[in-house]
Design a protein around this ligand. Structure first.
Ligand SMILES: Cc1cc2nc3c(=O)[nH]c(=O)nc-3n(C[C@H](O)[C@H](O)[C@H](O)COP(=O)(O)O)c2cc1C
Length: 320
């Protein structure tokens, strides 16, 4: 009974936070973060249509109209023209125009000249569709990537070399290609190299005993809820934030750091205590922490034996 009450209290807290901070039941025209997300979804729909091999002229009209409508709302709210979602929309619309211009097809009824597009420079257009053929990676690059995947390990003790904050920025930059639902990119990472802040944050985390006092760098990975608008998206923050966490760990590995994911399976009281102690915005869900630091000559990792492939890989079959 007592355990059920604890479970209920944690669920109620999740529910309260999702209702307060997500876009559930809110109108896009009045909430900038939601409008930004909607514009991104619309622009992404358009750029996706344009990336298909069989794209036919004058297709995706509804997607184009929706993107243009949301671009108008974005402007009416006074949001910046260089906001990422707006740039994405401009790229997609410019590419739509280019495809039709090249085919000599008139689309002035769909896309008036006065659509307020920025300079549709070719560099921008190129961003709306990327070329990713079989040569995207050379054989050596593929081998290096596979080696990277197989050699990452949870590293809990670190070397003494100083950490250059610019390298940490590069680690995060190299994680930005993480996929997310409709490319909404709700993930965030709060980083510190300050021993005092690290001690404060790790003081709220359960899994760092035996090494937490010697951690030189710490990430707290979060995901904003403001961009999720339906009940079915209530757990999406964990998916997008989890994927971003994996990218960060692989990026840390690629940049020569050791790193350890640190669980944030926290009760609502523990979660609130962390929020009171460090600067995590209230609309963000904490996904996990990641400790990191330089590798040392004598760095070891736990063996962490894996199940055999057949334990994990199953044939998917239709039930009927
Ligand atoms: C979400 C998550 C939370 C984790 N939390 C902790 C933790 O709190 N403390 C810890 O020492 N290791 C933690 N780990 C590391 C796991 O123990 C480790 O990933 C697992 O044993 C496999 O080992 P490997 O990462 O070296 O391959 C966590 C891993 C994940 C994915």
């Amino acid at each position: 009974m007592k355990r059920s009450i604890i479970l209920l209290a944690d669920y109620m807290n999740d529910l309260r936070r999702f209702k307060r901070h997500s876009a559930f039941g809110k109108t896009a025209g009045t909430v900038p973060a939601l409008l930004e997300a909607r514009l991104m979804i619309a622009a992404h729909g358009l750029e996706k249509a344009l990336s298909f091999r069989g794209f036919e002229p004058r297709r995706a009209k509804a997607k184009l109209a929706n993107t243009l409508k949301l671009m108008g709302q974005h402007r009416r709210l006074g949001l910046p023209e260089d906001a990422t979602a707006m740039r994405m929309a401009q790229d997609a619309v410019a590419n739509y125009r280019r495809v039709h211009d090249e085919a000599g097809i008139d689309i002035s009824d769909l896309l008036p000249e006065t659509d307020g597009l920025d300079d549709p420079a070719t560099a921008e257009i190129a961003r709306s569709v990327r070329q990713v053929g079989p040569d995207a990676l050379t054989a050596d690059e593929r081998a290096a990537l596979i080696k990277g995947l197989n050699t990452r390990a949870s590293i809990r003790e670190y070397g003494e070399d100083p950490i250059d904050p610019e390298t940490v920025r590069q680690v995060v930059r190299d994680s930005l290609a993480t996929p997310s639902v409709c490319n909404r990119q709700g993930f965030r990472v709060h980083a510190t190299l300050d021993p005092k802040v690290i001690r404060t944050a790790l003081g709220h985390q359960n899994g760092n005993s035996g090494f937490g006092d010697r951690v030189p760098g710490l990430f707290i990975v979060t995901c904003s809820m403001t961009i999720f608008s339906t009940s079915s998206e209530r757990n999406q923050a964990f998916v997008d934030g989890g994927l971003f966490s994996m990218s960060l760990m692989l990026s840390l590995h690629a940049h020569g750091f050791g790193a350890c994911p640190l669980n944030w399976s926290a009760s609502y009281r523990q979660d609130n205590a962390l929020r009171a102690a460090v600067s995590i915005p209230d609309d963000e869900v904490v996904i996990m922490m990641i400790s990191f630091g330089p590798l040392a000559e004598d760095t070891k990792a736990a063996g962490s034996r894996r199940y055999a492939l057949d334990h994990v890989l199953k044939d998917l079959e239709a039930r009927t």
